[in-house]
Design a protein around this ligand. Structure first.
Ligand code: XMP
Length: 516
């Protein structure tokens, strides 16, 4: 990372919003990284940050085992902003007292701003913010402080220690419910940390190209291309850096969406002119999956088979020493196992379709510093079409997890045809980019119907549309009835073998997004 790129460190105390804080800082064109709360002041200083943010957290600062920070952080000579738990920790560490409050303050609150300058420059005198805390500052530390804002329930809504660049706010500026939260974070980055905002995706690409060239030297790289956003952008970036010393391997596991193999070959092989090895292993996967209905066994078979197929294809590229992957920042942030932190839950099965760690390659992960929205922007700047950079997530085990029971080529084709209609209609309605995932599910149940004068006995297709920000929780989307109606009649008219369409209205939890 170039020394000239300004950065701010976010210390994570287990808040579900830590990544959001980092993203908001990056929206101000300032690079931010998340470190665990235990990072020492010396480790932080080594990164030469322009400022430090202490995140919120699920615990109370006075609770046994509550996460603390290295007190030397307050003497680094860079501005510090404590958010919620971060504010309370600052007070506690600097000699004040935080105690349980009599009332929890949760949700939208009116904040009264006393001084519309510095942290609150350009912010209205009364503004709505999002609060989520039960503790209160009951004794101030010996260092004098100024109160910058308060609310009906919180005397110390925002504070600044006099003569020091130490700020604390009780509310969460990173969530959208804080109406001027972005301005406040922007003020911290600009007015207080004096950042000019030089973190752009153009500067990232320029630096990443140099870094990839330096790391790879004159060696060869292989990359498993899935057609998804991350591997596609990684391929385009590495292609920009080293051209035909990159070989992409694209495996057709027989569980892809309709025409996906053609789309990938057209875009990367023909348009981008990358070296692309296309492996049609569909029959091999389907043979191994034949008769297997148990969901975990299906996943296991698909994962194992993928590794074998990929290994064989890689062996055909004898001088490859690097394996490139589209790993992104959320995959590498150390998760903090703090009680009550939903962000610490691990998605155990989601590495299916990945490669085992013991492969003999050196790893190249050029997107590992980027959040998803940044990956998309890099893709756009590298010339990938909107259709690829805005693609909805698609699971590694493919249509197998949208097809309960044993898969066959015939039933997968039914699913592919129905899925294509669902996606086509959602795109025509202008909703594809607004929804996390929209797809069809094959329900292996036959029901009776009538078509014309004939009795039918055919399969069921379920439509699933969910909104989510990270796949961990999700809400079903109330799609307009006329849209559902169009999907249903097209599926029944155009897809042979289906005579009934249903809509899945299950949240996650308790349901999962995929059916298996
Ligand atoms: P679930 O079904 O667990 O899915 O609610 C959450 C998100 O993860 C995706 N998903 C997977 N992605 N390999 C992947 O790469 C997998 O095995 C896998 N299983 C689920 C799913 O599409 C959703 O976005």
């Amino acid at each position: 990372m170039s020394e000239q790129i300004e950065n701010i460190v976010v210390l994570d105390f287990g808040s579900q919003y830590s990544q959001l804080i980092a993203r908001r800082i990056r929206e101000c064109r300032v690079y931010s990284r998340i470190l665990p709360f235990s990072a020492s002041a010396a480790e932080i200083a080594a990164l030469k940050p322009r400022g430090v943010v202490l995140s919120g957290g699920p615990m109370s600062v006075y609770a046994p085992g509550a996460p603390q920070c290295d007190p030397e952080i307050f003497n680094l000579g860079v501005p510090v902003l404590g958010i919620c738990y971060g504010l309370q920790l600052m007070i506690h560490t600097l000699g004040g007292v935080v105690s349980p409050g009599t009332r929890r303050e949760y949700g939208k609150t009116r904040l009264r701003v006393r001084e519309s300058s510095g942290l609150f420059a350009g912010v209205k005198k009364e503004t709505t913010v999002w609060m989520s805390h039960g503790d209160k500052v009951t004794k101030l530390p010996p260092i004098p402080l100024d109160v910058l804002a308060d609310s009906d329930n919180t005397e110390y809504g925002a504070v600044k220690f006099r003569g020091r660049e130490l700020y604390g706010i009780q509310f969460h500026p990173e969530v959208v419910h804080s109406e001027e939260g972005r301005t406040i974070i922007g003020n911290f980055c600009g007015h207080i940390c004096k950042c000019t905002g030089n973190w752009t995706m153009a500067s990232f690409i320029e630096q990443a190209v140099k870094d990839i060239r330096a790391k790879v030297g004159d060696e060869q790289v292989i990359l498993g291309l899935s057609g998804g956003v991350d591997s596609s952008v990684a391929a385009a970036l590495i292609d920009r850096a080293i051209g035909d010393r990159l070989t992409c391997i694209f495996v057709n596991n027989g569980l892809l969406r309709k025409n996906e193999e053609k789309r990938v070959q057209d875009l990367f092989g023909r348009n981008f002119k990358m070296k692309l090895v296309y492996v049609d292993a569909s029959e091999r996967f389907l043979a191994r999956l034949s008769g297997v209905a148990e969901p975990e066994r299906k996943r296991h078979i698909i994962g194992n088979e993928f590794v074998k197929v990929f290994d064989e294809a890689a062996a055909g590229i004898p001088h490859a020493t690097f394996l490139a992957q589209g790993t992104t920042y959320p995959d590498v942030i150390e998760s903090i196992p703090i009680d009550g932190n939903p962000a610490a839950m691990i998605k155990s099965h989601h590495n299916v379709g990945g490669l085992p760690k013991e492969m003999k390659f050196k790893l190249l992960e050029p997107l590992s510093r980027l959040f998803k929205d940044e990956v998309r922007e890099v893709g756009r700047q590298l010339g990938l079409p909107e259709d690829v950079v805005m693609r909805q997530p698609f699971p590694g085990p493919g249509l197998a997890v949208r097809h309960p029971g044993a898969v066959t080529k015939e039933t997968l084709d039914v699913l592919r045809d129905a899925d294509e209609i669902v996606v086509d209609e959602i795109k025509k309605a202008g909703l594809y980019h607004k929804i996390w995932q929209t797809f069809a599910v094959f329900v292996p149940v036959r029901t009776v119907g009538v078509m014309g004068d004939e009795r039918t006995y055919d399969y069921v297709i379920a439509i699933r549309a969910v909104d989510s920000s990270d796949g961990m929780t999700a809400d079903w989307v109330p799609l307009p009835y006329d849209l559902l109606g169009r999907m249903s009649s097209r599926i029944i008219n155009e897809v042979r073998g289906v005579n009934r369409v249903v809509y899945d209205i299950t949240q996650k939890p308790p349901g999962t997004i995929e059916w298996e």
